[in-house]
Design a protein around this ligand. Structure first.
Ligand SMILES: [Ca+2]
Ligand SMILES: [Ca+2]
Length: 93
């Protein structure tokens, strides 16, 4: 996937990742970002995946409203209508 050269915020659909959860893109300026994209994941499964890979601090709190986007950590997604395309950071250079 193309890297994000200008955005300072991790968006759900591009190659930006906020790996440490401070709200800013941590792969900004990288010429290559490798990510896995899983389309059409249920919101519940996306939350579980983020919990497992990112931990609670980089995931949506249990009990949060439906369609709450998780743009922190290695697993990010922005659910709509109960499903989301999940983007999983693998590496960058
Ligand atoms: Ca960051
Ligand atoms: Ca996450």
């Amino acid at each position: 996937m193309a890297a994000n050269f200008d955005g300072n915020t991790a968006l759900a659909s591009d190659g930006a990742f906020d790996l440490d959860g401070d709200g800013k893109n941590d792969v900004q300026g990288s010429p290559c970002v490798i990510e896995a994209v899983i389309p059409g994941v249920t919101e519940a499964d996306a939350r579980i995946l983020s919990d497992r890979l990112d931990g609670a601090s980089l995931s949506i709190a249990s009990g949060a409203a439906a369609n709450t986007a998780d743009l922190k950590g290695r697993v990010k997604y922005a659910p709509s209508g109960g499903t989301a395309n999940v983007y999983i950071y693998l590496t960058h250079h």
